[in-house]
Design a protein around this ligand. Structure first.
Ligand code: KG4
Ligand code: ZN
Length: 344
């Protein structure tokens, strides 16, 4: 009988880079999502892999414990454990993978090995209690933009994606982070540039835009053009960056978004798909979120923007991805390994 049906409870684990995260999902509804950020990398201006895996080791048990407590769930209630298999930093992935395998073995439950990029897309399907926002309908087009990836993907169903464009050099998040570093703004640079861009003029500076055929991206030319602007101006005025930081951030962000949206327009036209979504850490960017809304209105298509808190790395996206696999019985066994280059 429907009312006696046992709940499906998924514990999700994400440790692919520098965030240790655990989440609990019950019958597709998110109950908890706990993330421990690693401040240790800030002073190095980027993630130090060895320090990341050590911090994951210290954080994983308390993070999982808190996620279960907040969800009001005990270990014995968990139906399966979903974890990020890759892509990511091997040392970081190993911590989550080993923990998930141990947890599954000790509690005699199945394992669900998830892809981190697919997880970012699955974040679009996250719902909390009482949340009724419209979910994307297949097939839809996704711009996946993070610190390591910039891809245009046709999402055919929960398990099948087609990559139709990607960066040939730097990722969009990397462009934000490297340019922020050059301005001495700290790490990660994306959120800092986003904040400052709100105060600046997006037309104050012009930077080189790539001329790449088809649906691929390139950001290394923009980065070089940005660095040359700083170098040339600093030769005349050593205070240039401090005096123009807001305008530099606004112009850089404007250029990155133009590059992204131009290719998305081409992809929508080529595929004829009428739904578009953004995903990944850079989808937290307020300018990109606004540009996505505007694109939806202009082209009269449905757009999907993940809730801000599920844009950057989190375990909720891994748990929902695992939940979809659980429903179709796609389990993994104890021989599964972490895979730094696990692409879909
Ligand atoms: O998805 P994510 O958390 O980790 C990876 O899988 O890479 O993405 C991190 C990236 C970083 O490059 C960070 O600077 C960028 O997302 N990011 C942003 C914003 N918030 C995070 N970029 C632009 N604007 C933001 N508000
Ligand atoms: Zn990510």
């Amino acid at each position: 009988m429907e009312t006696n049906k046992k709940s499906i409870i998924i514990l999700g684990i994400e440790t692919s880079c520098d965030d240790t995260s655990a989440a609990v999902i019950q019958d597709g509804i998110l109950l908890s999502n706990i993330t421990a950020n690693q401040d240790v990398h800030r002073k190095y201006g980027g993630v130090v892999p060895e320090l990341a895996s050590r911090a994951h080791q210290a954080n994983i048990v308390p993070v999982v414990d808190t996620a279960l407590k907040e969800a009001g769930v005990s270990k014995s209630d968990v139906s399966a454990v979903a974890f990020t298999r890759g892509p990511g930093l091997l040392g970081s992935l190993l911590v989550g993978t080993q923990f998930a395998k141990g947890f599954a073995l000790a509690n005699d439950i199945p394992l669900l090995a998830e892809n981190h990029l697919q997880g970012h897309i699955s974040a679009l399907f996250l719902r909390e209690k009482g949340d009724t926002h419209a979910l994307p309908q297949f097939p839809f087009l996704t711009l996946l933009v993070s610190g390591g990836h910039t891809q245009i993907i046709v999402v055919k169903n929960q398990f099948e994606q087609e990559l139709i464009g990607e960066t040939i050099d730097d990722a969009a998040g990397e462009a934000f982070d490297k340019c922020a570093k050059a301005m001495g703004l700290g790490y990660p640079g994306g959120p800092i540039i986003d904040r400052k861009a709100k105060l600046g003029n997006p037309k104050a500076f012009k930077f080189a835009k790539p001329r790449i055929e088809g649906l691929n991206f390139s950001f290394s030319g923009l980065k070089t053009s940005f660095l040359y602007t700083l170098r040339d101006a600093a030769a005349e005025n050593s205070n240039f960056v401090a005096e123009h930081a807001d305008d530099l951030c606004a112009s850089l962000q404007h250029t990155i978004i133009e590059i992204l949206i131009d290719k998305v327009k081409t992809a929508l036209k080529q595929t004829g798909i009428k739904e578009f979504a953004i995903a990944g850490g850079v989808s937290a960017n307020s300018g990109l979120r606004d540009a996505t809304e505007a694109l939806g209105k202009k082209l009269n298509i449905k757009v999907h923007i993940p809730a801000f808190k599920y844009t950057t790395d989190n375990a909720a996206m891994i748990a929902i991805s695992g939940y979809h696999k659980y429903l179709t019985g796609q389990f993994d066994n104890q021989s599964v390994t972490a895979d730094a280059r696990y692409y879909i």
